[in-house]
Design a protein around this ligand. Structure first.
Ligand SMILES: [Zn+2]
Ligand SMILES: [Zn+2]
Length: 230
């Protein structure tokens, strides 16, 4: 086998030459990555922020669109963009209901008293509950899955469900709404379904409830688009 002047074989020299070349390329790429990474990072966060804003604008657009007389076409309601509650809801185990009133997005969990207007919300819930009972609504304990605490009643537990808080909030922010939209991360319970049908009828207000399962449209005549198959 032939060897060169400095003791390396020809193929060894070739190998060392290639290795030097690749080390140089690697250094250049590494340098470029360090230099360009902050820019990529900024672009990524900008695009992320932009997509969230776009989603918000689209949500408001569809919200307004459906508020302006397009109700009754449930297949169209399906195109409402997935809003923030769904994403937020994926990370939590408890029920959360969100609603957007006058451009303000508010979320409630069951028996939530954290909102500054909490006293008004619960006063409105009392009024709603009295109206429901006047129309023959009965609160059934079968929808309660835990023992009652000493200061609770069947009515107080069921009225504290997050979807009812969100509906009550709509009525205090806008006393005569013709359209309410709420979104829950879990499935709506049968009690809230029954109560919401009656609330839509008593208050003559269309209510759209999007939950983990489907979108339901509660009409002013007291019926729901799911025809009670939910
Ligand atoms: Zn419920
Ligand atoms: Zn329904």
């Amino acid at each position: 086998m032939r060897t060169g002047e400095n003791g390396f074989r020809k193929d060894e020299k070739l190998f060392l030459g290639k290795r030097k070349f690749f080390l140089k390329v690697e250094r250049v790429l590494h340098h470029s990555f360090l230099e360009w990474f902050p820019l990529f990072e900024k672009t990524f966060f900008f695009l992320k922020k932009f997509s969230l804003e776009l989603e918000r604008v689209l949500h408001l657009f569809f919200y307004d669109y459906f508020s302006l007389g397009s109700l009754g076409h449930d297949e169209h309601v399906e195109v409402i963009p997935a809003n923030r509650i769904k994403r937020f809801g994926n990370n939590v185990k408890f029920g959360i209901t969100c609603t957007e009133v006058n451009g303000q997005l508010v979320c409630f969990k069951a028996h939530d008293r954290s909102h500054p207007k909490s006293a008004e919300i619960y006063a409105e819930l009392d009024r709603l509950s009295n109206e429901l009972k006047e129309y023959g609504h009965e609160y059934e304990s079968s929808w309660i899955t835990r023992p009652l605490k000493y200061d609770e009643t069947i009515e107080s537990v069921l009225c504290g469900h997050s979807e009812k808080l969100a509906i009550a909030f709509n009525f205090i922010q806008n006393p005569r709404p013709t359209f309410i939209q709420i979104t829950k991360n879990l499935r709506v319970c049968g009690e809230c379904h029954r109560a919401t049908k009656l609330i839509a009828k008593i208050r003559q207000c269309e209510i759209i409830v999007r939950d983990a399962n489907r979108i339901q449209h509660f009409y002013k005549n007291g019926l729901c688009s799911c025809q009670d198959h939910f």
